[in-house]
Design a protein. Structure first.
Length: 323
């Protein structure tokens, strides 16, 4: 009788012990790598290093940044995609590799929708930037100015398929305007040429344009967002100036490789979000002219899907392709 009772109690305890074991949070036992698919020194790299430092302190394991660049972020994204789904390799990426390149490139070595989204670390809206000498002082005046000079106004970008390029294309579609695209290899090059009077318009992000705007070297006519930017509270949104559908932002999402187990992904997301919410981390992210986010895994998944659909429509409608 006692043996039967003991067996019964053991039978009740075993599932409980298993549940307790499963509930143990994931803690790395060796270095964790965050792949950044763009060069060091950029916003993507800076944000990765900010959160890596605090994750390293939390996990008591090194968190190293690996810059794997090239092909619009595709090389780094493919490397992360092919990594073991064991929590030791993550990807921190802007929109290109996660939401744009699947529509832009004919072939990719990875499937963006199979990544496991953890959280958005930070985001910064794009802005409607014009050179100082351009004879416009409002968003509507810019539209009228371009319409009066079809094909004679230039806009710069970091290349075909970059968010500023697609935003400019979206702007032209919505306003019935026509401009000339001048691609560059980086946003600073666009801004430098704009300051030099060689580029008229740039739909770049607020972070990059803030310093020359504050110095009076460029004008910002609107922010492409639903609400005003904390970095530029005096500048109206595109919704306020009559074009509410012109929305564009640079954002940086942390994702895990495909097939990452659900509880592991949940633990990784929880740790990353906890770090992003720390006051000193928020301060450092804002110092990089980015607004910290730290949303849930489910919210990140929905957000990336929405971005992929919106930019995909722009790319298909305008037959934009990068080989």
């Amino acid at each position: 009788m006692k043996r039967a009772a003991g067996a019964c109690i053991l039978g009740l305890l075993v599932p409980l012990l298993i549940d307790i074991a499963i509930a143990e949070p994931w803690i790395p036992t060796r270095p964790v790598k965050i792949i950044v698919p763009f060069p060091g020194g950029g916003t993507n790299d800076v944000l990765a290093r900010i959160i890596a430092e605090r994750l390293q302190a939390k996990w008591n394991q090194p968190v190293v940044i690996e810059n794997k660049t090239g092909a619009g972020g595709n090389i780094g994204a493919a490397s992360a995609y092919q990594s073991d789904p064991d929590g030791y390799t993550l990807l921190l990426s802007p929109p290109g590799p996660l939401a744009i390149n699947q529509s832009l490139y004919k072939q990719l070595a990875y499937r963006p929708q199979e990544f496991v989204p953890l959280t958005v670390v930070g985001a910064v809206p794009n802005a409607v930037i014009v050179r100082n000498e351009l004879a416009v002082s409002s968003f509507q005046a810019l539209i009228d100015y371009i319409k009066a000079r079809p094909g004679k106004i230039s806009f710069g970008s970091q290349g075909n398929g970059a968010t500023p390029h697609l935003t400019a294309v979206m702007f032209q579609n919505m306003t019935g305007t026509q401009m000339v695209h001048v691609p560059y290899r980086g946003e600073n090059l666009v801004l430098n040429d704009m300051i030099g009077g060689h580029v008229d318009v740039f739909f770049g992000n607020v972070a990059a344009s803030l310093a020359p705007f504050r110095d009076g070297r460029v004008k910002i006519l609107a922010v492409a967002d639903r609400r005003r930017s904390a970095l530029l509270p005096e500048v109206p949104t595109t919704a306020e100036v009559g074009l509410p559908s012109l929305l564009a932002s640079g954002w940086f999402a942390l994702v895990a490789p495909p097939n990452t187990e659900r509880t592991l992904a949940s633990d990784l997301a929880a740790d990353a979000i906890e770090v992003i919410k720390l006051p000193d981390v928020q301060m450092r992210i804002r110092a990089a002219n980015v607004e910290p986010v730290g949303n849930s895994s489910a919210e990140t998944t929905a957000f990336i899907a929405e971005e992929a659909q919106r930019w995909g429509e722009v790319i298909r409608k305008n037959n934009i392709v990068v080989d």
